[in-house]
Design a protein around this ligand. Sequence first.
Ligand code: C5P
Length: 231
Amino acid sequence: LVFWVVIPAAGVGSRMRADRPKQYLLLGERSIIEHTLDCFLDHPALSGLVVCIAPDDPYWPALPCARDTRVQLAPGGRERCDSVLSGLQRLDELGANEHDWVLVHDAARPNLAREDLDRLLAELADDPVGGLLAVPARDTLKRVGPDGRVVETVDRSVIWQAFTPQMFRLGMLCDALEAALASRMQVTDEASALEWAGHSPRVVEGRADNLKVTRPEDLEWLAQRWKTDRE
Ligand code: C5P
C-alpha cells in the first residue's frame, strides 16, 4: 500500500487568539506544523505530501521545511474543503491515480502517533470506502437549548469524536467534496462529504492525545507533554 498526504494549513485559527495562525506557534523549539509533517515524511509508504497554504502567508517561507524537496505546496482556499480540493488537484499534477489512497491531516494536529497512522493504513487497506481515526466519547453528553438549559442526555455509546488523518481514495474524495461544495453543505471534515454522497466511512479507534490545537490550553497541554517526554 502507498499513500499521499494533504495537510490543510490555510486557516486563521481565531479561537487561539494568537498573533499568527496556530500551526506556526512553537511547540518546544519548532513550530506545530513542522512536528505535524514529521509524522509522515519518514514513512516508507509515502508517495508525496502537499501542504495547502494561504496565498499571502508570510510564515511558511521562513520555515526550514519550506525548502524540503519532499514537500509540495498548493494554494489554500476560503473554507477548509476548498483548501483540501486544491491539495487534491496538486496530487493529480504530481501523478497520483484516482484509486490511490489520500490521507488528509490537520496542520494543527502535531501529536499523531506512528502506531495510530500504521493502524489506520492497515485496517483500511482493503476497505471499499475508507475512514478516519476517531475516539469514543468519554464524558456524558448533553444537548443544550439556546437558553443554556439541558434538553436531553445523548446516548454516548454511539458517539465518536472525528480526528484526522482521514483516508479516502483520491477520486471518490474529490467527487464527494465537489458535490458537497456545490450544494453549499457545511463540511468540517472529509468524512462528512463522503457521508453526504451516500458512503459510510469506517472509524478506526485512535489515541485521545492526537488532539487538534484549537484553544490556548491545548498548546499548554502539548508543550507540557513534549517537555516531560524529553526529560
Ligand atoms: O479551524 P479548524 O481547526 O477546524 O481547521 C482545521 C484545519 O484546516 C487547520 O489545519 C486549518 O489550517 C485548515 N484550514 C484550511 N483552509 C481553510 C480553513 C482551515 O486549510 N480555509
